[in-house]
Design a protein around this ligand. Structure first.
Ligand code: COA
Ligand code: ZN
Length: 468
């Protein structure tokens, strides 16, 4: 597979975890969480953050207010977008918050015009023109969203886009609201709009009802879309929209474009998993637990020789590492490697005997290192001593003094040698620090250094068992 032509390609992310993402059944974010999520999205480098529809409820309003304060202080740098119906009252609420951009949406398919809005096509154009002009009169940038755009008559959709442009919108989002699009059709739709309506930039808002959201978003980019709407972990109405982590990886691989900091995706995905209460399945692309875990003996043997046999992008790109599991699918190369890592020397015959035992228990899901050692001891009749792990990984939970800014403590912790990652968390502790040390002495030294940081009140250390 070759990389696609990218010379003239320009694309950015609008992340809507705070708006579309909160439309996932059962998901609600607190105001503090909204602010933390916005900061994390800005840190990872998303171009725009759709921060919510402020007319919906007071907490969303308050969340955007606090996010805008951080924007003014330069802590958040992404463009902040407020969602709004094509209703003056909604626009006023968003304008009051001084968001960078108001996104006005209106269902433009005949189904929506008839069943929701009860207006003719002509009347809808007037409403779109009036509300966009009204928002523009507040001095704010406007994106118009053609809701249900994918089921809208193409000629009418072109008229809608021209009306939006002529009323002052610089962007139009084409929403595949029901997730009905197909990639080749999507590319054609966007290239037609780009050609027919010059002077506008287009967003793709793709729902995932057929599992095609990522494919449709990539096709839209090929057709000329310059912003892709995402949510972290693909949250959103029904089955959600384009997952940020997946599209970011696909854009990197296929188009050579790095829209966000890829090595921070895992941390962000975990944060949203926690705050949304929606678990990521282990087989989720890029950030799922098994994204870089191999199993079949042939695969593991290949990966041990050269990881590119079964990986097209190294896990390190995403701040992750590879591993393999042992069960009845295991082969001798994997088993030999595992025992070598444990520091246990077995002859080829002994390895075959261990493998035979593993295969004779076909229902065991995972063999842990202790299980393997036990089998090896029973096969060899020797007492086997595994070597202690060379590198120690530990997670240190830090509680901050109540009168300090957690962010300030986080910044100080991040520069301590041995500290690999620092995350703000909520709960009994404020910050989680991931450290790596070559032995326990070095680990103790790092813990001392962490305790010595101004603003650190107490710490709790847990060791991470090293895998591969
Ligand atoms: N622009 C203008 N009006 C719109 C609209 C749009 N894009 N989309 C829907 N409407 C109208 C409908 O025609 C209906 O009007 P009606 O009351 O005259 O029939 C009304 O908005 C929606 O019905 P309902 O939600 O029951 O009305 P409500 O006034 O009680 O609540 C909200 C309106 C927006 C406050 C409420 O629906 C809400 O909190 N929604 C969450 C945000 C949301 O729905 N987002 C969708 C994003 S795609
Ligand atoms: Zn949507």
């Amino acid at each position: 597979m070759t990389k696609r032509e990218t010379t003239s390609m320009k694309v950015g992310i609008l992340d809507s975890t705070l708006r579309e993402g909160e439309q996932t059944p059962g998901v609600v974010f607190t105001i503090d969480q909204r602010v933390e999520i916005a900061k994390a999205l800005s840190d990872i480098g998303v171009q725009m953050i759709e921060a919510g529809h402020p007319a919906v409820s007071s907490d969303i309003y308050e969340g955007i207010k606090r996010i805008m304060k951080l924007k003014r202080e330069g802590i958040i740098t992404s463009e902040i977008v407020g969602h709004s119906r094509a209703v003056k009252k909604d626009i006023e609420v968003a304008a009051e918050l001084e968001v960078d951009r108001i996104a006005i949406f209106y269902g433009v398919s005949d189904i929506h015009l008839k069943a929701k809005h009860h207006v003719t096509r002509e009347e809808a154009l007037n409403i779109i023109a009036e509300t966009i002009s009204y928002a523009r009169s507040h001095g704010v940038k406007v994106r118009f969203t053609a809701e249900d755009g994918s089921r809208t008559d193409l000629n009418y959709l072109i008229q809608v886009c021209k009306t939006a442009r002529d009323s002052g919108a610089d962007r139009v989002s084409i929403a595949d609201t029901v997730g009905i699009l197909y990639p080749t059709k999507t590319r054609e739709l966007f290239s037609t709009l780009v050609r027919e309506v010059p002077g506008l930039e287009f967003d793709i808002h793709a729902h995932n009802d057929l599992g095609l959201a990522v494919a449709n978003a990539l096709a839209a980019v090929e057709g000329g879309a310059t912003i892709i709407h995402t949510t972290v972990n693909g949250l959103g109405e029904r089955v959600g929209i384009v997952p940020l982590q997946v599209i970011a990886a696909a854009l990197k691989y296929h188009f050579g474009i790095e829209v966000v900091k890829l090595n921070k995706l895992q941390q962000l995905a975990s944060l949203i998993e926690k705050y949304s209460g929606i678990p990521m399945p282990p087989n989720y692309p890029i950030t799922g637990d098994y994204a870089f875990i191999h199993k079949a003996g042939i695969h593991v043997a290949g990966v041990l020789n050269d990881p590119s046999t079964y990986e097209f992008m190294p896990p390190e790109t995403f701040g992750r590492s590879r591993d393999y599991v042992i069960d009845k699918y295991t082969g001798k190369h994997a088993l030999k490697d595992r025992f070598e890592k444990l520091g246990v020397k077995l002859s080829d015959i002994e390895l075959d005997q261990v493998l035979a035992k593993i295969k004779s228990n076909p229902n065991v899901r995972f063999y842990r290192d202790v299980d393997l050692l036990e089998i090896a001891e029973s096969v060899t009749g020797r007492v086997l001593k595994p070597k202690p792990p060379e590198n120690i990984e530990a997670l240190i939970s830090v509680k901050c003094d109540s009168n300090v800014y957690t962010t300030a403590v986080t910044r100080r912790l991040a520069v301590i040698p041995g500290v690999k990652e620092v995350m703000e968390i909520s709960g009994d502790y404020d910050v989680l620090v991931k450290v790596e040390a070559k032995d326990t002495n070095e680990l103790n030294q790092i813990i001392e250094n962490i305790r010595a940081v101004k603003g650190v009140n107490s710490t709790l250390t847990s060791l991470v068992l090293k895998k591969m």
